[in-house]
Design a protein around this ligand. Structure first.
Ligand code: SF4
Length: 284
């Protein structure tokens, strides 16, 4: 058995605080490159000028350290924790939330979380709690990938319990239909995460994890990589365009993650993200 690594949970707070501040103002390079490529490929004059505005906004946000968008999102934390780690000094969950709390307060980011989803809906005023997913891995490393997810696009996401008989065409129809229903409300150009397989809840989680992959990478399985390309073409053929003002850049990328499933099913989830697809990694 490996030696147990002791980590005081207070060590999580500063890097999470800083990650929240950085994600809010700075696109990752792969998204900026994809927007520039989309701008060059656009034939529609209005779509080109929308992409120009988004790129100009990105430059101002980074230079002046102000949020890319007023919706600074709800934080989702994907934590991969080595089984040889022992956390001390308090609660892991509370430390993650403290990092988020400090980040949103210190960088004047909009607090967008309410305490009760149906009745009270009182703003918690510090963007907590975060949604935390944990995975136990081998070794003694700790890696937390944070995502600040806007809800204009989250609201347009969907899960379908497809059957094996629906096949590839069933996936394509569901993804394109979900994008059509989203229309301009998910703030295109989009990044589309697709989860295929698993169960009702695990395919939804896969579709969100798919949004974390670099836009410069395709699915390692050539069949799924080809399906990502086909889906991107079909989504862009809808003509919805940047901000829904027509054009062919409805999405920048479709990313699929797949996993084994039951013989009777083929669950499929579509997690839609706008171009403000904010994520950052904290490694301890
Ligand atoms: S969906 Fe994205 S671009 Fe639209 S308001 Fe939300 S965070 Fe901003």
């Amino acid at each position: 058995m490996g030696k147990i690594r002791e980590i005081n949970v207070s060590e999580l707070v500063p890097p999470i605080r800083e990650a929240c501040g950085t994600m809010a103002v700075q696109y990752s390079c792969d998204i900026l490159e994809a927007m520039r490529r989309g701008r060059e490929a656009e034939e529609n004059e209005r779509a080109r000028s929308v992409l120009d505005l988004l790129l100009e906004n990105a430059g101002i946000a980074e230079r002046e350290r102000i949020p890319i968008c007023q919706d600074t999102g709800m934080i989702i934390a994907f934590a991969r924790i080595g089984q040889d780690v022992h956390f001390s000094g308090g609660s892991f969950t509370e430390a993650v939330c403290e990092g988020v709390r400090q980040g949103y307060r210190e960088y004047y980011l909009r607090a967008s979380v309410v305490d009760d989803p149906l009745y009270d809906r009182i703003n918690t005023r510090d963007n907590t709690p975060a949604v935390i997913h944990t995975e136990i891995t081998e070794g003694d490393g700790v890696e937390i990938t944070l995502m600040a997810k806007g809800f204009g696009s989250e609201n347009k996401s969907a899960v379908a319990m497809l059957t094996p008989a629906d096949g590839e065409q069933g996936i394509v129809d569901f993804v394109v239909d979900t994008v059509r229903k989203a229309g301009p409300n998910a703030c295109p150009p989009l990044i589309i995460g697709v989860g295929i397989g698993g169960t009702f809840e695990s395919c939804a989680l896969l579709s969100k994890k798919a949004l974390l992959r670099s836009l410069n990478e395709s699915n390692p399985d050539a069949r799924y990589a080809a399906l990502e390309d086909r889906l991107l073409q079909e989504v862009n053929a809808t003509g919805i365009g940047p901000q829904g003002l027509r054009g062919k850049t409805t999405a920048l990328k479709v990313q699929i993650e797949q996993m084994p499933t039951h013989i009777a099913g083929m669950p499929c989830a579509v997690n839609i993200c706008c171009h403000v697809c904010r994520h950052a990694k904290v490694v301890l």
